[in-house]
Design a binder for this molecule. Structure first.
Ligand code: MN
Length: 194
């Protein structure tokens, strides 16, 4: 078994001007690729261990968790964005679901933005549904810490510095606010139906 880097669902410059071509290129070609390679390297080490080599299983599993989650989170992230759309909003039915979970669409948006802006260090903000179909917002530190193992991620924003620094310097808040223009609500809705 091997992890693979799927093609981006759009051109490198598709997310501009919210996220520049340069960032998407580096982020996808270098950063995302590194998680795929890291995950495969960890799998190979486990394979060696099964054949009798002395390996540090605990360290490999820590590595595997970081890299596999890094890989999976980036796939979700790329797919839940699309080119800038004027008046970008969820469908009425998705909006109703959001309103029933968070009180209002604005309350949802504020909570998600706040989660994204306040992740300590590197990480993610996510909208997810739990096993009972409730919608909740959460944070991930790195790619894999603070996570709940019952969630189905519907929407994810990468707030590692590599995701915005070239365009926004240290202004994560401006990146998060602009990022809403890129959300692909059709994908969010599809994930919710799964
Ligand atoms: Mn990233």
């Amino acid at each position: 078994m091997k992890y693979e880097l799927k093609p981006l669902p759009y051109a490198y410059d598709a997310l501009s001007p919210v996220i520049s071509k340069e960032i998407v290129q580096l982020h996808y070609d270098k950063h995302h690729m590194a998680y795929v390679n890291g995950a495969n390297a960890a799998l190979e080490l486990l394979e060696k261990g099964r054949k009798g080599d002395l390996v540090n299983v605990k360290a490999i599993m820590r590595d595997l968790s970081f890299n596999v989650n890094g890989h999976v989170m980036h796939e979700l992230f790329w797919e839940n964005m699309r080119a800038v759309k004027e008046s970008n909003a969820p469908s009425d039915s998705l909006k109703k679901k959001i309103e029933s979970s968070f009180g209002s669409y604005d309350a949802f948006k504020n909570e998600f933005s706040e989660a994204a802006k306040t992740v300590e260090g590197s990480g993610w903000a996510i909208l997810y549904s739990d096993n009972n179909g409730n919608l909740l917002i959460g944070q991930l530190e790195k790619h894999n810490l603070l996570g709940l193992n019952t969630y189905n991620v519907l929407l994810a924003i990468d707030v590692w510095e590599h995701a915005y620094y070239l365009d926004y310097k240290n202004d994560r808040g401006a990146y998060v606010e602009n990022w809403w223009q890129l959300v692909n609500w059709d994908v969010v809705e599809k994930r919710l139906a799964l």
